[in-house]
Design a protein around this ligand. Structure first.
Ligand code: PMP
Length: 429
């Protein structure tokens, strides 16, 4: 008879068998076994209840175990959980496509579904290359992107990530060599630096014959440093892209669905990209689903002369994921999202402000549902993660950054708990 496994048994098996993100198999970092998650709390099998400051990598915007999203998935499950999207279609995908077109800037009219953020970036880059190919400009195969960007872990996505920040530099020689410009100067309201514009113009004018697109995370560079920049840069970059026949690609995977206080970060600017990637919070963090949206110019351009777009993942437009996304969007659009995130921004500011007095802290900055405490030195995740758990919170820093991106439904009290835990852990460091 098999004896009942303890928490430690499971954790030992996990350690032996499973690779976790960005970890070693011989020196794995500590893992915590989750028993359940509800609202903004994650309960461990040891009984500890943690306030969630991460929204499971910025995706669970309505909290865990949400009855509306649960119900939508259950209803779809009774019909069918998956069918191939080649030759077949279904209502959850059609409704989702319709909604996405309605809520994103008007020129974006066509939707390609895929299974993760990284893949949606691959799709965006392929769309751009294929578009220029059909326009008789096959030499346009490369991309310009600012340093400090992050667009995913697959190969083409890696090629447009910051080339030196440590995440992917091991692979440099195996990656397509793209064109990098400096990161946009930081500060949401910092006046536009004309030298920065000149740098992009120089890059475009020298290499435009080879450049298919310019890819950027609008307003916030996320995993590359949680850097906020003036949205006016996007207006100018749009004009430069038009001048040099370069497609503009926005990666809204982290910023989309309200995180920066607008439904999409694009709305902080006056322009619209040619191609836009979304993912993460698309399904309310329930399932993996992403999409690449584009305008008629690109979509119909690719389709000229019997052209077909060369991509088709097995789980494209998975019906359960589309149903979760439809329910999540319903919640998002019915609720007063802008007010909710504005409120969250205030709570984050007041809860993180005390950290500014600590010697170890370089800067505290907040935008929408993002609160960042930048330290002077990098933290050891190995050491710091258990300390946060001991404080009753779930926070996962990287490098010098301890940051919060909680579910939008978090309470003021819970944000205060997160802020106090950060203060305490930095102070005891
Ligand atoms: N782009 C951005 C801006 C991201 O933040 C991420 C994930 N952190 C990705 C792309 C990759 O998405 P995924 O992890 O779903 O592949």
């Amino acid at each position: 008879m098999q004896t009942k496994r303890t928490t430690q048994d499971y954790l030992d098996l996990d350690k032996q068998l499973l690779w976790h993100p960005y970890t070693s198999m011989s020196h794995p970092s500590p893992q915590f076994l989750v028993e359940k998650a509800e609202g903004c709390e994650i309960t461990l099998s040891t009984g500890e209840c943690l306030v969630d400051g991460m929204s499971s990598w910025w995706s669970v915007i309505h909290g865990y175990n949400n009855p509306t999203i649960n119900q939508a998935i259950e209803e779809q499950l009774k019909q069918f959980s998956h069918v191939m999207f080649g030759g077949l279609t279904h209502k959850p995908a059609i409704k989702l496509g319709e909604k996405l077109i309605e809520i994103t800037p008007e020129p974006l009219q066509r939707v390609f579904f895929s299974d993760s953020g990284s893949v949606s970036v691959e799709v965006a880059l392929k769309m751009a290359i294929q578009y220029w190919h059909t326009q008789g400009k096959a030499s346009k195969q490369f991309f310009v992107t600012p340093r400090s960007g992050y667009h995913g872990d697959t190969f083409a996505a890696m090629s447009v990530c910051d080339p030196e920040n440590g995440m992917h530099n091991l692979f440099t020689d195996a990656l397509t060599q793209q064109f990098f410009v400096s990161p946009p100067p930081t500060g949401l309201h910092t006046p536009i630096d004309e030298n920065y514009i000149a740098e992009i113009r120089d890059m475009f004018s020298q290499h435009h014959q080879k450049i298919a697109g310019f890819i950027i995370e609008p307003v916030v560079q996320n995993a590359g440093g949680m850097r906020f920049y003036n949205p006016d840069y996007l207006n100018t970059i749009r004009a430069l892209c038009d001048e040099f026949d370069i497609l503009l690609i926005f990666d809204e995977i982290a910023t989309g669905f309200g995180r920066t206080g607008k439904l999409f970060a694009t709305e902080h600017s006056q322009i619209c990209p040619d191609i836009m990637c979304i993912g993460k919070a698309l399904t309310g963090g329930y399932m993996t689903l992403a999409a690449t949206l584009t305008n008629d110019k690109v979509a119909l351009g690719i389709s000229e002369k019997d052209g077909v777009f060369m991509h088709g993942p097995t789980f494209m437009a998975n019906p359960l994921a589309c149903s979760a996304a439809n329910a999540s969007l319903k919640l998002l659009l019915e609720g007063a999202i802008t007010e909710q995130v504005k409120q969250l921004e205030l709570w984050l500011k007041t809860s993180l402000e005390p950290c500014e007095t600590l010697d170890q802290v370089k800067e505290v900055r907040c935008l929408g549902g993002i609160g960042v405490v930048e330290l002077k030195e990098a933290v050891s995740l190995h050491n710091i993660q258990p300390k946060f758990v001991a404080q009753g919170v779930w926070i996962r820093p990287f490098g010098k950054l301890i940051y919060l991106m909680p579910p939008y439904v978090i309470s003021k009290h819970q944000v205060e708990q997160l802020g106090k835990a950060i203060y305490q852990v930095i102070q005891d460091k």
